[in-house]
Design a protein around this ligand. Structure first.
Ligand code: CMX
Length: 436
């Protein structure tokens, strides 16, 4: 049993008691209202979910257990010689609310390395995929198939008491996090290279460096980018499509593999995680049309308006909750300023940052004209020769597992019930509005 699992076990009773006391005291306290517009409008701003692991502020951006991105970057343990946080540390932070020591993070890295072997049928399935299957579909299918050895499903079948189920959700989550980079790297190597992993998992390396090696990358700077990338994409509170899908499916006591596969399927949508692929496609289309990665401001503005007039969105801009530049964008921009200030795509990204918000504001539809996380990530990956844009959302998915699974473990620990909100028809809603 790992010290992290023990720590979570220690924390659970107090949290259960806190929630019980709070619920009992405020059972009927009203915390919001719901308008007809919100019901048709994607439930924006309706408070209807609990997610203990992270919270999103419209102005400030995400906080992981109360920590902003710059705070987490400063506080979480780094690899030897590195400056970026290790994602193993954010797993610990999300699960416990505590910043782990370097030694504790090392334990997590070692445990994930030790549990990384893919079941043979998963490996065979990935190898049998035609190249026409999108990498996100492959990843989601691989995660679904991993549930054949789910300890959660097995425990449920054996009739384990519901109070204990979180322990099995934890074990499956660790296995899933350990195996996910292997499945993801296999998909990458099959689709774009010789079908052989760049390296085997090395028990002495951290999760991100191992992932980079398996993908076939072997430079300290790319390792650092992976550590930052896999840390900042992990969680964005509970209401986004991937987190909410995982949470919802998990509430049916589907095991962590089935639950997170649902999250991955949502992440694969162009308005959510697929936007990082779409940003690069959009930039490539711009280059194809204008003939250079160095358009004038006028050319760029015209291209933007053509996108908008065509009834399409500008990928990487806007957000359902945020109303300022996404701090996940800002920290990637800082990474670029530090490591690749003269990269032509980075310069174009900066030019877009200068121009897009004004154009979107003039266009007058979006509530938030500022860039989100996806506006920047592909440019960094391209710089280090990870140029296969269809693959980008897979990296997002590997990171998102950390947040979705931390939430899932706590949801089972707190024994949250089946999620089942009420829906209406337009007819029934009209009757409600008319007071019938
Ligand atoms: N380009 C053009 N129009 C945009 C826009 C953009 N980047 N962002 C929002 N709009 C439009 C919406 O499509 C909507 O138009 P309609 O009224 O015709 O439906 C209108 O502005 C109002 O939308 P909103 O309330 O500001 O934004 P939503 O909460 O509905 O949607 C999001 C949020 C992210 C889906 C939207 O901003 C968008 O489509 N952005 C581009 C895709 C993207 O970058 N997604 C990634 C988000 C981060 C992530 O999850 O990974």
């Amino acid at each position: 049993i790992s010290s992290l699992k023990e720590r979570v076990a220690e924390l659970i009773p107090a949290k259960q008691a806190e929630i019980k006391e709070f619920r009992d005291a405020h059972k009927n306290t009203v915390v919001g209202s719901v308008t007809v517009d919100q019901i048709y409008g994607g439930m924006r701003d309706i408070r209807g979910l609990i997610c203990e692991t992270s919270l999103l502020d419209a102005q400030e951006g995400i906080r992981f257990r109360g920590m902003s991105i710059p705070e987490a970057q400063a506080a979480l343990p780094k690899a030897p010689g590195g400056e970026e946080p290790l994602p193993e540390g954010i797993w610990w932070l999300l699960l416990t609310g505590e910043v782990p020591t370097a030694e504790q993070v090392k334990q997590v890295s070692a445990e994930w390395a030790a549990r990384s072997t893919l079941p043979k049928h998963v490996s065979d399935m990935i190898d049998s995929m035609p190249k026409t299957v999108h990498p996100m579909s492959q990843l989601s299918a691989a995660v679904t198939l991993m549930n054949s050895d789910s300890s959660f499903a097995d425990a449920y079948n054996r009739g384990v008491n519901k109070r204990e189920l979180w322990k099995y959700a934890y074990d499956d989550s660790v296995d899933l996090l350990a195996r996910l980079p292997v499945a993801a790297a296999k998909i990458y190597r099959n689709l774009y290279h010789d079908g052989k992993l760049g390296a085997e998992v090395d028990a002495n390396l951290d999760w991100s460096a191992n992932f980079a090696r398996m993908l076939g990358f072997n430079t300290p700077e790319f390792d650092e980018l992976m550590r930052l990338y896999l840390t900042i994409h992990c969680a964005h509170e509970g209401g986004n499509v991937s987190a909410h899908s995982t949470h919802l499916v998990g509430s049916a006591l589907s095991d962590p593999y089935l639950s997170f596969a649902a999250g991955l399927n949502g992440l694969a949508g162009p308005l959510h995680g697929l936007a990082n692929q779409e940003v690069l496609r959009w930039i490539t289309a711009l280059k194809d049309e204008i003939g250079t990665y160095e358009p004038t401001d006028e050319q760029l503005t015209e291209f933007l308006w053509n996108t908008l007039k065509g009834g399409r969105v500008v990928p990487g801009y806007g957000h359902a909750v945020l109303r300022k530049t996404d701090p996940r964008y800002t920290c990637q921009r800082e990474f670029a300023l530090k490591h690749l200030p003269d990269d032509p795509l980075f310069k174009l990204t900066s030019q877009l940052y200068r121009i897009v918000p004004d154009v979107l504001t003039q266009h007058g539809k979006t509530k938030n004209p500022w860039p989100n996380v996806d506006a920047h990530s592909g440019v960094l990956l391209t710089h280090y020769n990870l140029t296969e844009m269809n693959y980008y959302t897979v990296l997002f998915g590997v990171s998102r597992a950390i947040g979705c699974l931390a939430d899932l473990v706590w949801s089972r620990a707190l024994m949250f019930p089946l999620e089942r909100p009420k829906s209406e028809t337009t007819e029934s809603l009209k009757a409600i509005v008319a007071g019938k």
